[in-house]
Design a protein around this ligand. Structure first.
Ligand SMILES: O=C(O)c1ccccc1N[C@@H]1O[C@H](COP(=O)(O)O)[C@@H](O)[C@H]1O
Length: 205
């Protein structure tokens, strides 16, 4: 089965529709105010209303307040959630939406046991650990730390780009890949060519 692809850090309708046109399976919207890719709940829900069917919109939060998360989710039943902070499994599950949990990998981590802390997650996303930055760093982590068998579908993230995504898929065989900075022309704005190339490479890997 071919690997799915999520294009994350969507900040405008044009980028969203280009990613869909080229075959993205999911689009990520960053509701973390310190990110250069932050988008307001109102703007994101307005984009979501114009997305074609069969595209999954993903709301990304980093240790956000419940009221804020609710203010996003109320906009559409289509949202699924990527928790990218220190949220517990119980907290993630309490929204009663499909969710997956991002884990930031560093040397020495026992990834299988970290995954076991999230029994309610539909999948696990693995990203690079960088002190003081919760994500979107553009850093690649050591893929050899990923166990060959995981109890959840794996979303691979962290510094992916058209240059390395096929090698990543060959090495890790993830359920899906997730890219943000690697397909940008500037912070928060996607490069049409890189988005198209990235998705082509994923779908032909
Ligand atoms: O994209 C962001 O700005 C961001 C901010 C805070 C948490 C996560 C964020 N993005 C996610 O980070 C990974 C890796 O991104 P990159 O491809 O290395 O730029 C990915 O899951 C994004 O969804």
């Amino acid at each position: 089965m071919s690997c799915r692809v999520k294009i994350c850090g969507i900040t405008n309708l044009e980028d969203a529709l280009i990613a869909c046109h080229h075959g993205a399976d999911a689009l990520g919207f960053v509701f973390y105010s310190k990110s250069p890719r932050y988008i307001s709940p109102e703007a994101a829900n307005a984009i979501l209303d114009q997305l074609p069917p069969f595209i999954v919109p993903v709301a990304l939060f980093v240790d956000a307040q419940r009221d804020f998360i609710d203010s996003v989710l109320v906009g559409s039943s289509r949202w699924i959630i990527q928790f990218h902070g220190n949220e517990s499994d119980a907290e993630c599950a309490s929204y009663k939406r499909c969710f997956y949990k991002a884990l930031r990998v560093k040397a020495g981590d026992d990834i299988s046991s970290l995954v076991d802390d999230y029994p309610n997650a539909a999948a696990i996303l693995l990203d690079a650990y960088k002190e003081g930055v919760p994500g979107g760093t553009g850093d690649v982590f050591d893929w050899s730390l990923i166990p060959s068998e995981l109890s959840k579908p794996l979303v691979l993230a962290g510094g992916l780009s058209p240059e390395n995504v096929q090698a990543a898929i060959e090495r890790v065989s993830p359920y899906a890949v997730d890219v943000s900075g690697g397909v940008e022309q500037s912070k928060g704005i996607k490069s049409k060519k890189k988005v198209q190339r990235f998705i082509e490479l994923v779908k032909t890997a």
